[in-house]
Design a protein around this ligand. Structure first.
Ligand code: HEM
Length: 393
């Protein structure tokens, strides 16, 4: 969106001018003593509403800090200057709310609370001065409308960025498709050459071992390509009994794990009843374990556990790394959003896609008992959804 001149144009549109600036500046010292109770009412209202409260990353403990930021926000609202720096500061504040995925309608609600709180107090402060009261109310309404427009502007900016990402992703999908196809040929050549070489290896065990390794890795590469192509094509999933432990052992055997990283797998019998596509589930688990290894660094632990929750199997992958920055937690599974420096942001969206195609969910759910560390939780239905659907039919 074109923003040059946008702010000035908006001020002109609502006729926010020198008289309003003077009214706000006159009001500022008279209202300052009320900023604390206004902030109290503002956050009490947030806490009363579950949908708004959820946006508080660390629950009510965040509120104290936010009250101070709202206090500063009110000071600047009434004292200005309402210049370009003001506009950019307000855009930055708006983007903070977009980043924490605060639903847009709460912005309207919250602005209404502020407007109402200001109006009561202005009426009391200027009880004996009608013209001053009218001027102050008009100025406050104008500046709050401008604030609201800026907040909406940041949500729109975000929507446009998401659209651009979706377009990039569709191009990316096509690219992945063609690269996948192109890689099949060289892999095929490697496979047949390896076949010929293997017949000439003789009795040298070391060469045999390495030839086998090459063969295994060609198979891994082929499976990854198939998984990517399946994702793009939405090919129906295989539905077969899945041996989770075996999949995990296969995944771990192909990853480089340094000696000081402990990986524990604790899988109960319940996981035996899982159905799904072993290759794709393997791909999803591989991505999560790979991310955990990356986060843990040279030393630490990764714990993989399963749990039965009614009709669901829960698979949790926890690590001792630093955890995911709260700012991107809510968008972690979106394509092209990455928590890793240099990451392209496809790994977790692929995980989500695979798990959702299995009728399950995946979420980021850090362990509340631990101060740090990431934890991803996959929930998969035990009964094969295909069978479930026919059972209901
Ligand atoms: C008129 C409406 C609102 C105003 C003027 C406002 C103002 C602010 C300001 C000034 C900040 C500090 C930004 C920064 O510099 O980092 C902030 C952050 C924040 N606001 Fe609001 N806010 C509004 C509505 C809401 C609502 C409805 C919620 C609901 C929960 C909310 C939740 C938060 C949270 C969680 C942060 C901190 C994000 C972070 O640092 O991770 N805000 N807000």
């Amino acid at each position: 969106m074109q923003v040059d001149g946008w702010f000035d144009e908006l001020k002109r549109y609502v006729r926010f001018g020198p008289a309003d600036e003077a009214a706000l500046r006159g009001l500022a010292p008279l209202l300052e003593a009320e900023f604390v109770p206004i902030a109290d009412t503002f956050y009490d209202r947030i806490l009363e509403h579950e949908g708004a409260r959820q946006a508080l990353a660390h629950g009510e403990s965040t509120v104290g800090r936010l009250k101070k930021t709202l206090y500063d926000w009110m000071s600047r609202l009434l004292s200005g200057p309402w210049d370009d720096a003001y506009f950019h500061l307000r855009c930055r504040i708006g983007r903070v709310h977009v980043r924490i995925a605060l639903p847009e309608h709460y912005m309207f609600g919250a602005m209404n609370v502020l407007r109402t709180e200001f109006a009561h107090r202005i009426s009391a402060i200027y009880a004996d001065d009608e013209p001053q009261k009218a001027a102050a109310l008009l100025a406050v309404n104008r500046i709050l409308d401008i604030e609201q427009a800026i907040m909406l502007h940041t949500y729109r900016e975000d929507m446009e960025a998401q659209q651009a990402r979706a377009e990039r992703l569709s191009t990316f999908g096509q690219l992945v498709g063609s690269i996948g196809h192109e890689l099949r040929n060289p892999l095929g050549v490697m496979e047949s050459s390896l076949y010929i070489l293997k017949s000439r290896v003789g009795n040298d065990e070391r060469i045999k071992k390495h030839a086998d390794r090459i063969g295994e890795q060609i198979a891994v590469a082929n499976n990854i390509i198939s998984a990517l192509l399946d994702m793009i094509r939405d090919k129906p999933l295989l539905r077969e009994p899945v041996q989770l432990e075996r999949i995990l052992q296969d995944v771990l055997s192909t990853l480089k794990i340094t000696p000081d990283v402990r990986v524990s797998i604790d899988i109960g019998d319940q996981a035996a009843s899982l159905h799904g596509d072993p290759t794709q589930l393997g791909q999803a688990l591989r991505n999560l374990v790979e991310n955990a290894l990356h986060a843990v660094g040279p030393a630490g632990f990764i714990a993989i556990t399963t749990n039965r929750l009614g009709d669901l199997i829960e698979i949790a992958i926890a690590d001792s790394g630093p955890g995911v920055d709260p700012v991107i937690q809510k968008r972690l599974f979106e394509p092209l959003i990455s928590a890793k420096p240099g990451g392209i942001g496809l790994g977790l969206s692929l995980v989500r896609r695979i798990i959702e195609r299995h009728g399950g969910t995946v979420s980021y759910a850090p362990d509340p008992q631990r101060e740090q560390g990431a934890r991803f939780v996959i929930r998969l239905p035990i009964l094969d959804p295909v069978k479930k659907a026919s059972a209901h039919a």
